[in-house]
Design a protein around this ligand. Structure first.
Ligand SMILES: NC(=O)c1ccc[n+]([C@@H]2O[C@H](COP(=O)([O-])OP(=O)(O)OC[C@H]3O[C@@H](n4cnc5c(N)ncnc54)[C@H](OP(=O)(O)O)[C@@H]3O)[C@@H](O)[C@H]2O)c1
Length: 360
């Protein structure tokens, strides 16, 4: 079976996705949706640093919807639920790294719209990635398979965004380099949106593991830079926000049962009052037994590569989790499909000797 795939948005993750789709015999790239004028009309293979593949990128959504693809890999900077509903209603499934990690957490009207679009198109939608995604959804659930009982789950992410080349996300969306008063859920629609997707992850784990949460909360502690810095040519002035420590917590009867924490900095300064874990993610399940895993993505552990590779490797990992889900998603019953619903997603390319990797 070959699944016909459209890559929607060709940023850092989008180009990684295009390379994977081109490499896999069970996936066929049939379209590429771009936003920028300069990419409109370019060959999608060339956009991904590959030889031309004969697929022309377009900004025209109707052209994309008319392709009759099996799946759209939806990786834009800003999301649009109506757009996703139009894709689903047209008969294409949607795998996305940008949102919809636990759509049942959405306001009722939005969830109803999404489910109606899935029913109309006979399609399903899946939000996944790295975090939110595998590390805050799939992996805790997988590790919980070794647990008799669980008391608390925490995921701590330590990342230096100075190495993340998506500077529009770092500065425009996440508001690093802005005054403290500009960086809150109240001050920014995007930060509120971003906070919601992590709250979705907490709620997803809570539901999947019977935590019966009373509420899910968000809190952020900000730190400012002592000195001026420059990140991919963009200045970050002293006195502006250079660190964001978010906590998304799932509570039951006054106790935190599930927590996602970020220790995010830009510019190389690290607040002395913050904990100092290794870069990457530390996942802890307190319970019987208690389990801890530390994870770090790099392009190679065998070659001496700088830690900056950690962030680029994370972009690959984010994109692959969504691309590798395509066969399972296309075969899933129509509707909302979370990380708790789909079977375990594994590499579809694998070692690359058996093509394609046998179905689960
Ligand atoms: N789940 C996770 O673990 C995880 C982790 C990191 C990031 N993300 C999310 O994944 C998505 C892709 O990230 P990335 O690193 O690939 O970002 P990126 O490199 O900054 O690329 C952004 C993409 O957005 C497109 N874009 C430009 N203007 C837009 C607009 N007005 N509306 C919508 N899209 C627009 C760009 O179009 P062109 O194709 O024309 O360049 C580009 O493809 C983002 O939503 C990001 O927040 C998820």
């Amino acid at each position: 079976m070959t699944y016909r795939v459209v890559q929607w948005a060709t940023g850092n993750q989008g180009v990684e996705a295009i390379r994977a789709i081109l490499d896999r015999p069970d996936l066929e790239l049939v379209g590429a949706k771009v936003y920028s004028e300069e990419k409109d009309g370019m060959d999608a293979g060339v956009l991904a640093g590959r030889p031309p593949c004969g697929v022309t990128a377009t900004r025209d959504i109707d052209e994309i919807l008319a392709l009759g693809a099996d799946c759209v890999a939806y990786f834009p900077l800003l999301t649009d639920l109506d757009e996703v509903c139009a894709i689903l209603a047209s008969g294409a499934n949607v795998t996305t790294t940008a949102f919809l990690f636990h759509p049942r957490f959405l306001p009722d009207a939005d969830l109803a719209k999404l489910e109606a679009a899935c029913a109309q198109g006979g399609t399903s939608v899946h939000g996944t990635g790295l975090n939110p995604g595998n590390l805050s959804g799939v992996l805790p659930l997988a590790l919980s398979g070794m647990s008799r009982s669980i008391e608390k789950i925490t995921l701590q992410e330590r990342a230096d965004w100075s190495f993340y080349e998506s500077t529009n996300i770092t500065f425009d969306n996440m508001r690093f380099g802005r005054d403290v008063g500009d960086v809150s859920e109240e001050a920014s629609d995007f930060l509120r949106f971003n906070s919601t997707i992590f709250q979705e992850e907490v709620a997803l784990l809570g539901e999947a593991l019977g935590a019966d949460l009373d509420e899910v909360t968000a809190e952020v502690e900000l730190v400012t830079a002592n000195d001026d810095h420059e990140i991919f040519g963009i200045p970050l002035r002293a006195g502006t926000v250079s660190g964001q420590r978010w906590h998304w917590r799932g509570w039951r009867q006054g106790q935190v049962l599930i927590e996602i924490e970020t220790l995010w900095t830009v510019g190389g300064e690290y607040p002395p009052s913050w904990p100092t874990p290794q870069d990457g993610w530390t996942l802890t399940l307190e319970g019987e037994p208690s389990i801890r895993a530390h994870l770090l993505t790099l392009m190679s552990y065998d070659k001496p590569l700088p830690l900056a590779e950690h962030v680029r490797a994370a972009s690959v990992a984010t994109a692959m989790q969504a691309i590798n889900a395509i066969p399972a998603l296309c075969e899933a019953p129509a509707g909302v499909r979370t990380m708790a619903d789909l079977p375990l997603i594994r590499s579809g390319f694998g070692f690359g000797f058996a093509t394609p990797v046998p179905p689960f």
